[in-house]
Ligand binder design. Structure first.
Ligand SMILES: C[S@@+](CC[C@H](N)C(=O)[O-])C[C@H]1O[C@@H](n2cnc3c(N)ncnc32)[C@H](O)[C@@H]1O
Length: 259
């Protein structure tokens, strides 16, 4: 049975399993290294855009940051709030969040910056983060250059629970022109071999498709500079801080607000 669902709404209970292979601890240790190397604002106020279920916030709190998470899904924020009861949360689109709070560090991971759609909204997000940073503050996020999208490349993860086997698949597609790329997601739930059940609904398959903004790194860098940021591009390798080689398409952007 194939159904449609939204990973960030009715299927949000699957989200952490979907990300079972994401190394959040490594990403946070990397973010702290970036912060130590690039920030000059003096504090540890942290905002995570598109925070999802709060995995980064939980770890950044343990590294000493006073944390706020922002997401436009109430379902995801509900889980984040129960995971991180000491953090603050904002339900908002990342391009238009309100408030006068000033941050030392803003992040946006798992390519979520591309959810700022269309490009006019992405530019608003860059401006909004710039305004929300203290002088000397840092905005760090990962991005994929549109020239690197391979329509045939899908990532698959399998997780066994006591009663079922879950297969998660994700991949982007790009039509070759324009500012839209699609993220395709699917979840397949099958009965675990060892589990005896009379549940006849399995296997179940859910499909989800998200519209995201396609960018290339040259344009993105220009928009950041026009916003007022100083830009450093790094290789997409959370185990080290390496300058971008200009040969890869997954990139970590460090955007610093001058003092
Ligand atoms: C791929 S998840 C990433 C979650 C988290 N950053 C992580 O690394 O696990 C994308 C998140 O972005 C949120 N999101 C999508 N569009 C958004 C927007 N325009 N503004 C704010 N959040 C958005 C979704 O609700 C979802 O929680």
């Amino acid at each position: 049975m194939t159904e449609t669902g939204n990973l960030y709404a009715d299927l949000s209970g699957f989200y952490d399993l979907f990300c079972a292979e994401v190394n959040y601890a490594e990403q946070c240790a990397f973010t702290k290294r970036v912060f130590d190397a690039f920030s000059a604002s003096g504090g540890q106020q942290y905002l995570d855009l598109a925070c999802g279920t709060g995995a980064h916030i939980q770890i950044m709190q343990s590294l000493g940051f006073t944390s706020t998470g922002l997401d436009n899904s109430a379902h995801m924020l509900e889980q984040a709030a129960s995971r991180c009861p000491e953090a603050k949360f904002i339900l908002s689109d990342m391009s238009s969040f309100q408030g006068n709070e000033q941050y030392d560090l803003i992040s946006c991971f798992l390519y979520s910056i591309h959810y700022s759609h269309p490009v006019s909204n992405l530019k608003r997000t860059l401006k909004r983060t710039f305004d929300a940073l203290k002088p000397g503050g840092v905005f760090v996020f990962n991005t994929v250059d549109i020239d690197g999208i391979n329509n045939c490349h899908f990532v698959s993860t399998q997780v066994n629970t006591t009663s079922s086997r879950l297969t998660f698949v994700s991949g982007w597609s790009y039509a070759g022109q324009g500012e839209v790329m699609d993220l395709h997601l699917s979840i397949t739930q099958e009965r675990a071999d060892t589990h005896e059940t009379t549940d006849n609904t399995m296997p179940r398959v859910w499909r989800d498709r998200h519209t995201m903004t396609a960018v290339n790194i040259e344009h993105l860098s220009r928009w950041l500079i026009e916003t007022g940021y100083e830009v450093t591009l790094l290789e997409h390798d959370y185990s080290s801080l390496q300058a971008w080689s200009q040969n890869s398409f997954n990139i970590i952007v460090v955007a610093s607000k001058p003092q």
